[in-house]
Write a protein that binds this ligand. Structure first.
Ligand SMILES: [Zn+2]
Ligand SMILES: [Zn+2]
Length: 385
């Protein structure tokens, strides 16, 4: 079942294990293997396991917040990007964090302090996106065209309606929404966007590292939210918009709902016995993602380009980048379900991280009918299906 969750700008990777909720594409296979359902990674070995026969299951279903799942994690057959037939965990997440509040994102007035605003990520640094920061954007980016606030009143232009959020989050930002702080209200969008991910039970290393692509999540957090590829900051800035993140490194777009672009320590963590950095989730190739460093510790010095390394206790695993880097992992060390490009991924366009129909291949939710009349959003998806 390959029903990608639409998220970011350009679909280069076509990772295929997602369902866009509300699109009428619920998994037809999900009931075929209910007898194989397990709540434990050690439950049953009768499944047809391909991949690395010496490997061990990495993902531990018990680490997820129960509230963060829409269904118990179960084992299903799956096909990896190298053609291997193997066993995957089907992880059905609610698509929003169940252990912390969402927001705030944009301040409303230049007098608003950091408590009334989220953050912005630039050049490896994390900035409070407070009123003073918004007022100083022209200086910060050395471009006098930045003007998100009214000089007389200090009021900051924020996309406060669903219409405004959709117009400003599209790849080609509507002219009237340039120079806006962009935020979308999850309630206006009909709530969180649930998704299903097929994650290899036993990770299979790739011959060459796989690009993340620009459209799908790179992994799942233990609290029911997603880790997404880097936000297309250059494109966002090109439209003189700031798609502010909350202090937890997430924001809301009309397609994916709430999703993280940075790990700031808000989401559920599993402490490690040996004082190693805590586990925060799993990448779509099945390897664990840990925070960048243990508390008070330093980033491991031997990370590869995907931000992974191995040790005796955990085998291969990733360490998330620092929040200011607008990313979690650099590439996939292992095979994922569906296909993954070796070429460059992501980037392009403007707006937040919403794709247009032109970028979506046939067979994907919403655009498979060839009737597309604008950017696909969670709001118009059901009609288009
Ligand atoms: Zn985003
Ligand atoms: Zn490590």
């Amino acid at each position: 079942m390959k029903t990608p969750r639409l998220d970011t700008l350009i679909l280069t990777a076509a990772l295929g294990a997602f369902t866009l909720a509300g699109c009428g594409t619920s998994s037809g296979q999900s009931n075929n293997d209910t007898d194989a359902a397990v709540d434990s990674p050690d439950g049953g070995s009768e499944a047809d396991t391909g991949g690395d026969p010496t490997g061990e299951a990495v993902l531990d279903p018990s680490h997820f917040l129960a509230d963060g799942l829409t269904a118990p994690i179960e084992e299903v057959p799956c096909t990896l990007s190298n053609g291997d037939e193997t066993t995957c965990y089907k992880v059905s997440v609610v698509g929003e964090p169940k252990d912390h509040e969402i927001g705030p994102f944009c301040p409303r007035n230049v007098s608003d302090g950091p408590e009334a605003a989220g953050i912005w990520l630039e050049g490896g640094e994390v900035y409070d996106a407070d009123g003073a920061f918004i007022a100083g954007l022209a200086e910060f980016y050395e471009d006098p065209n930045w003007q998100l606030h009214d000089e007389a009143t200090g009021v900051i232009r924020v996309t406060e309606t669903l219409e405004a959020c959709e117009a400003a989050a599209r790849p080609d930002v509507a002219e009237e929404y340039q120079n806006y702080c962009v935020e979308c209200d999850l309630e206006d969008l009909g709530g969180a966007v649930a998704a299903e991910y097929l994650i290899p039970k036993v990770p299979v290393p790739r011959a060459t590292a796989g690009e993340l692509g620009g459209t799908t999540s790179v992994g799942v957090a233990l609290n029911g939210a997603f880790f997404d590829p880097p936000a297309p900051v250059a494109a966002i800035l090109g439209a003189y918009t700031i798609a502010a993140f909350d202090d937890c490194g997430g924001h809301v777009n009309p397609v994916a709902g709430y999703h993280y672009h940075a790990a700031t320590g808000c989401s559920k963590e599993i402490a490690q016995d040996d004082a190693h950095a805590p586990l925060i989730g799993y990448a779509l190739d099945g390897y664990a993602i840990h925070s960048m460093s243990a508390e008070g510790g330093e980033e491991p010095g031997d990370l590869d380009s995907c931000r992974g390394h191995s040790d005796d206790a955990r085998g291969y695993h990733y360490h998330s980048a620092s929040p200011g880097e607008n990313m979690f992992i650099g590439c996939f060390h292992g095979e994922v379900v569906g296909t993954v490009d070796d070429g460059p991924g992501g980037g392009g366009g403007g707006g937040m991280d919403v794709i247009t129909c032109d970028d979506v291949p046939d067979g994907m939710p919403c655009c498979g009918d060839d009737v597309c009349d604008g950017p696909e959003t969670a709001a118009n998806c059901a009609e288009d299906c």
